[in-house]
Design a binder for this molecule. Structure first.
Ligand code: CO
Length: 134
C-alpha cells in the first residue's frame, strides 16, 4: 500500500541553526521558513534528490512539537511520511488491521494541503507515521 517516502520530519529547538547545519555543513538546498499556524509549526524544507527533510519548530500555544521538544531538548526525528494513492482506502485498512490512527481516525488536511493520517508509534515500530495522499 505505501509508496514513496515523502519526507522525514525532524523537530528542532533552533530553526535557523538547524537550517545552517543542513545548508552549510551538509551542503543541502534549504527553503525559507514557512509558518503554518493552523498546524502549530514553522517549517524549513530541505530538498534532497529523492525526498525531503522537514525541520519543524513549534509555533504558538499548544504546538504538538513543543511537547516533543520538552522531552527531546536537542531535537530529534519526529515522524516519517509515506505516500499512499488513496487516503480513504488507507484509513479503512488501518481500521481493519487494528492499527491506531491518531485523532478521530478520519483523514485531515495536512501541512501540504493534502489529506493525511497519523498512525500511533506503538503500532509502527516506535515511529510516528504519517500517510499522505500523493
Ligand atoms: Co509530515
Amino acid at each position: 500500500m505505501i509508496g514513496k517516502l515523502n519526507h522525514v520530519a525532524i523537530a528542532v529547538p533552533d530553526l535557523q541553526a538547524a537550517a545552517a547545519i543542513y545548508r552549510d555543513t551538509l551542503g543541502a538546498c534549504v527553503s525559507e521558513p514557512l509558518e503554518l499556524p493552523e498546524h502549530g509549526v514553522v517549517t524549513i524544507f530541505v530538498e534532497l534528490p529523492n525526498t525531503k527533510i522537514e525541520l519543524l519548530h513549534p509555533m504558538g500555544e499548544g504546538s504538538p512539537i513543543a511537547k516533543f521538544l520538552a522531552s527531546n531538548p536537542i531535537g530529534g526525528m519526529h515522524h516519517i511520511c509515506y505516500e499512499v494513492a488513496d487516503i480513504e482506502v488507507a484509513a479503512a485498512k488501518m481500521q481493519e488491521s487494528g492499527a491506531r490512527v491518531l485523532g478521530d481516525g478520519s483523514p485531515k488536511i495536512g501541512a501540504h494541503n493534502k489529506p493525511v493520517l497519523f498512525l500511533h508509534p506503538k503500532d509502527f515500530c516506535g515511529t510516528l507515521v504519517e500517510l499522505e495522499q500523493a
